[in-house]
Write a protein that binds this ligand. Structure first.
Ligand code: MG
Length: 269
């Protein structure tokens, strides 16, 4: 099931969107959304007798992390190597503030403090319930679903600062969407899902989730051994190789097999 959050004429609401994805992660224009009563993370899936055409609504970030976005660095060996880093012996964690989250189609604002803002296409895990100390074999019990994220990073600030907070924490630096897919499981990703990033239509990243160093259950176990996770928290699972700069005016799109396509424009802040 694909859970969207959308704006039609009134307040934002949640819905379920159906239809086949093409190979570029796009749904047909005539795809429809059935509205839901309330936030499914809290009230479950309650379908309403209300339909919208996908073409008539604006999709919003499908999940609003109440507390945090947890990032994982260097989880693909080829990406660690391209930035001159070793592969970590355990998952490397950082936080992005929830205020960095934007939705599909929203603008990434290029901050004046940086001259090297880069895309990082990633799979994001959406936590479904409050949990801590989750063993890897129970990780699926606490996962609500999966979406796409762009872990936007000011690479020059990341290199200069010891902490990643500023480099990854600017407003708009965490596009997520276009929906939360609830029908996949960690096995689908360890088998290999293609993660591609397109910059102005050209492929710049083309990796497979099979190449994650720490798989999704291991990440949930590791993060939850440190901090309590709340419904709607996100874990970004790391980016494959091919990261590079974006400039105002660019369009960046992350496509993950089975998860759709997340497209955003870059604008001057
Ligand atoms: Mg990243």
């Amino acid at each position: 099931m694909r859970i969207v959050r959308f704006a039609a004429s009134e307040d934002p609401q949640y819905g379920v969107v159906t239809g086949d994805l093409d190979e570029h992660g796009q749904l047909a224009e005539d795809a429809t959304i059935v509205a839901l009563a309330g936030d499914p993370l809290y009230v479950g899936i309650k379908l309403l007798d209300e339909e919208h055409r996908l073409a008539d609504v604006r999709l919003l970030a499908p999940v609003l992390p109440r507390s945090k976005v947890v990032g994982i660095g260097r989880n693909y060996a080829a990406h660690a190597a391209e930035l001159g880093n070793d592969v970590p012996s355990e998952p490397l964690m950082f936080l992005k503030p929830n205020t960095s989250v934007i939705g599909p189609g929203d603008a990434i604002a290029y901050p004046s403090q940086s001259t090297n803002v880069q895309y990082e296409g990633e799979v994001a895990v959406v936590i479904g319930r409050i949990c801590r100390d989750v063993p890897a074999e129970k990780a699926t019990d606490v996962i609500f679903g999966y979406t796409i994220a762009n872990d936007v990073t000011a690479r020059d600030l990341q290199k200069g600062d010891v902490q990643f907070t500023r480099a990854k924490g600017f407003d708009t630096f965490c596009p997520v969407g276009p929906w939360v897919e609830t029908d996949l499981d960690p096995h689908d990703f360890s088998q290999g899902r293609r993660v591609r990033t397109f910059l102005n239509g050209d492929v710049v990243q083309d990796g497979s989730t099979a190449d994650m160093i720490f798989d999704i259950p291991a990440l949930v176990a590791h993060v939850s051994s440190v901090m309590t996770l709340l419904p709607g928290d996100l874990i970004l699972t790391g980016t494959p190789e091919g990261v590079g700069p974006m400039l105002p005016g660019d369009e960046v799109e992350v496509v993950v097999d089975g998860l759709g396509a997340l497209t955003n424009k870059v604008v001057s802040r």
